[in-house]
Design a protein around this ligand. Structure first.
Ligand SMILES: [Zn+2]
Length: 376
């Protein structure tokens, strides 16, 4: 999920997905037009809207702080964080890989709800310091109180023991620690995640049909559906990882790889590799060294008349990202997590001397999984 880049906090990019605009407007309108207790109806609407805008910004800043706490803890645990994205269901910190130990997962998960609870307490304390006797101050009091309550709700909701919520991750890490079995632990936490997801979707449906609250109901249906889908996806992933345990990249890669010279043009490539184009991508070499990867798709993306004047080097993915390369003796599950995390479809395989020895794709890993399934 990519969005518009808002800025950078503590070295982490913060992005806004287009769906976030919907929730921003909804929150702004409901905060600015709500009939708040203590606030006289005579208060000018421009004051209400300014108050509403400030509260809305603080509302999303609170979500950002929650995600930032996960991100900073993940980084402390040695896991890089790609970015934080705000979207219609709140925020998500895109952490580059799964924690390698139950302790790390527990620390990364638990810090989020704790941060929200502290924020909630601070806002409610601040609200209690503001008198409610004057119209403008009453508005400030109400907004601070609302922000406090919102943060407490975020802390409570995220603490539910249902994966992928923070509470579900906490539960998973504890079961993982207890059973020493990530797959079984994910099974329980994700199972509860699906129960919560479908339950929430059911409540949303009831709201829409029985109470006519279409917007709120639809939002809950979509959120519940998303939670259930992520829970299922994570369970499948954990199962796949468990089955792949003990297998090596070298056993399932395509080797030796069919390479393409960097100075070849696309016209030559299309002819010379006509019978070998069954591969989706080719390592590009120059002077005996790997320079990048050429996706077969570039032939389609490049206009036919430009083929003779376009070199392979010009359209390849240059070998700048270290995540494009994996060692032959790395565990196979590492390939799956690397592909999922980076959105790539293949990785170049090198030996301990850094020489290219093969290429491994998503389908090679699936082949490994299928061969396992055939066993009794
Ligand atoms: Zn969280």
């Amino acid at each position: 999920m990519r969005g518009w880049r808002l800025g950078r906090i503590a070295g982490i990019d913060v992005e806004i997905h287009f769906t976030w605009v919907i929730i921003f407007v909804l929150v702004l309108v409901s905060l600015s037009t709500a009939a708040l207790p203590h606030v006289p109806a005579s208060l000018p609407s421009v004051v209400r809207w300014i108050g509403g805008l400030v509260a809305t910004v603080l509302f999303f800043a609170s979500l950002l702080v929650h995600e930032l706490s996960h991100s900073l803890m993940a980084r402390r645990e040695g896991i890089p964080v790609r970015r934080i994205t705000l979207f219609i269901f709140g925020g998500v910190a895109q952490i580059a890989s799964e924690p390698r130990s139950p302790g790390a997962e527990l620390r990364i998960a638990v810090v989020g709800p704790l941060t929200s609870a502290v924020l909630g307490a601070v806002f409610i304390k601040l609200a209690s310091l503001v008198p409610t006797t004057h119209g403008g101050l009453a508005l400030l009091h109400s907004n601070l109180f609302y922000l406090g309550a919102f943060n407490l709700v975020i802390a409570a909701f995220n603490s539910l023991p249902a994966f992928p919520l923070d509470g579900g991750r906490i539960l998973r890490s504890l079961l993982w620690l207890w059973w020493k079995d990530l797959r079984r632990a994910t099974g329980v936490a994700a199972g509860l995640g699906k129960v919560l997801g479908y339950g929430l979707a059911g409540v949303g449906l009831w709201e829409m049909v029985a109470r006519g609250e279409v917007a709120a109901g639809l939002w809950r249906v979509a959120l519940g559906w998303l939670l259930a889908a992520v829970a299922e996806q994570e369970y499948q992933r954990a199962s796949a990882m468990a089955r792949l345990g003990g297998l090596r990249v070298a056993d399932f890669m395509s080797s030796p790889p069919i390479t393409v010279p960097a100075d070849m043009d696309l016209e030559q490539f299309a002819h010379a590799y006509e019978f070998m184009l069954r591969h989706g991508a080719y390592p590009v070499v120059s002077e005996g060294r790997v320079k990048g990867m050429l996706e077969r798709e570039v032939l389609r993306a490049t206009p036919r008349h430009l083929w003779p004047v376009t070199t392979v080097a010009a359209v390849m993915q240059p070998l700048e990202a270290p995540e494009m390369v994996i060692e032959a003796d790395a565990p196979l599950d590492e390939v799956l997590s690397r592909l999922t995390d980076t959105g790539r479809s293949r990785l170049l395989v090198v030996n301990e001397r850094g020489e290219l020895v093969g290429i491994i794709s998503h389908s090679d890993v699936l082949r490994a999984l299928r061969s396992f399934r055939r066993l009794p």
